[in-house]
Design a protein around this ligand. Structure first.
Ligand code: FES
Ligand SMILES: [Fe+2]
Length: 401
């Protein structure tokens, strides 16, 4: 008699193939689950200010195709699909100040209002003029970047309410890098805030070559204002793994680990903390806020990552270092950034993150203790979105009364 083997059962694992352990979907956070192409109701950086001139620049944001263009110094945003026959308006150009003309039949839209001002090939008295309005986007310029608001028809909140507070209230010199990356923006954001990976994945990065990384640590997640912070409680620089042996993130060529737990700079620097940074009183060195902004605080600078949803499968990585030194003291920052930080940190180190985001495939997922950071981020996103939708519902109800 032959023994029948169920091919879906892996005896070594004791569960059926096809049914993975853990959470099968993200339905515990319905807004988060639905936000594959991003959260509406926010300002998103789309490119450097210097990249927007008198010619339209196409942009895809939250799955929407739009273009940005500069006219008399101001940047405007408009949907990039001509309502006539669907040709991208970004193939067109400016025939009259303050307008964009479609390359195909010359429909000409006012950049500020979106109103069709002329249909050139139908003469000056074309009856369609004024009867078509092309959707426009609110645009702002801050920190050398162009920011576009994607909402649901509501008036946008002031962009300064959304930017990291310390960048609004203080002068800073910034170094930035923008890179189009594959992968869902939520994987990028979760990677950024994930408690566990930096100590392990990045231990090989040149940026960390001479700095020790803890093996593991205990952490609490604390909410303060719009942000949640990872607060380090204990750090363990080496550990004995039962039945396996000792494992350590230190090495003879790395600096000695600090004796006390540091919450500015993830592996402790002995450097004095810049007074502007100290004044922020950050509860922890790593924080995340909506709509997907990571902030890592070091003693002398702050690193930010904005994960901008292009569509469900692609995002824009906007990395930024801000130094709050003033005057001539800021000059060494530029030299340092251009000479080393840009390549080591925004390049090679961040390249490891890029790689992981490309290959992440979740859900299903089986989370572990350090992933409390992810659960708290998803909850923040969920709660904040619920509050926003509630505000929109109330406003709508008020309007119809
Ligand atoms: S398609 Fe744009 S004017 Fe005809
Ligand atoms: Fe990372």
């Amino acid at each position: 008699m032959t023994e029948t083997v169920d091919p879906t059962v892996n005896p070594a694992r004791g569960h059926r193939a096809g049914r993975l352990p853990g959470r099968q979907d993200w339905s515990s956070w319905p807004h988060y689950q639905a936000a594959a192409a991003g959260f509406r109701g926010y300002w998103y950086p789309v490119c450097f200010s210097s990249q927007v001139g008198e010619k339209p620049r196409p942009v895809t944001l939250l799955g929407e195709r739009l273009f940005v263009i500069r006219d008399q110094g101001t940047v405007y945003g408009m949907r990039d699909r001509c309502p006539h026959r669907g040709v991208p308006l970004s193939h067109g150009d400016k025939q009259f100040p303050g307008t964009i003309s479609c390359v195909y039949h010359g429909w000409t839209f006012d950049l500020e209002t979106g109103v069709l001002k002329a249909a050139i090939t139908d003469g000056p008295n074309s009856p369609i003029c004024g009867k078509v309005t092309q959707p426009t986007y609110d645009v702002e310029e801050r920190l050398g970047l162009v920011w576009v608001y994607v909402g649901d028809g509501e008036r946008p909140h002031p962009i300064d309410e959304q930017l990291p507070e310390e960048l609004v209230a203080n002068r800073a010199v910034v170094g930035q890098r923008i890179q189009a990356r594959a992968g869902n923006w939520r994987f990028a954001c979760e990677n950024g805030y994930d408690e566990g990976h930096a100590k392990y994945l990045h231990r090989t990065a040149l940026w960390r070559l001479f700095k020790p990384m803890p093996v593991w640590n205990t952490t609490g997640i604390v909410r303060k204002g719009r942000w949640i912070y990872r607060v380090q409680r204990e750090q363990f620089w080496e550990a004995d793994f039962p039945g396996l042996g000792r494992w350590s993130g230190t090495a003879w060529y790395k600096a000695r680990p600090p004796k006390t737990v540091q919450n500015i700079g993830n592996t402790a620097s002995h450097r004095r903390v810049n007074p502007t940074i100290a004044a922020q009183d950050f509860p922890g060195f790593a924080s995340v806020g909506m709509p997907g902004v990571l902030r890592i605080v070091y003693p002398t600078f702050i690193h930010y990552e904005f994960y901008v949803p292009v569509d469900a499968d692609n995002h824009l990585y906007v990395g930024m270092l801000a130094d709050f030194s003033t005057g001539l003291r800021a000059l060494p920052f530029y030299a340092k950034y251009l000479g080393a930080v840009r390549w080591l940190f925004h390049g090679q180190f961040s390249g490891q993150d890029k790689w992981m985001v490309e290959v992440t495939d979740a859900p299903p997922e089986k989370l572990y203790r350090p992933d409390d950071s992810l659960l708290r981020w998803r909850k923040l996103a969920e709660d904040t979105t619920e509050e926003r939708l509630e505000r929109l519902r109330t406003r709508k109800a008020g309007n119809t009364d």
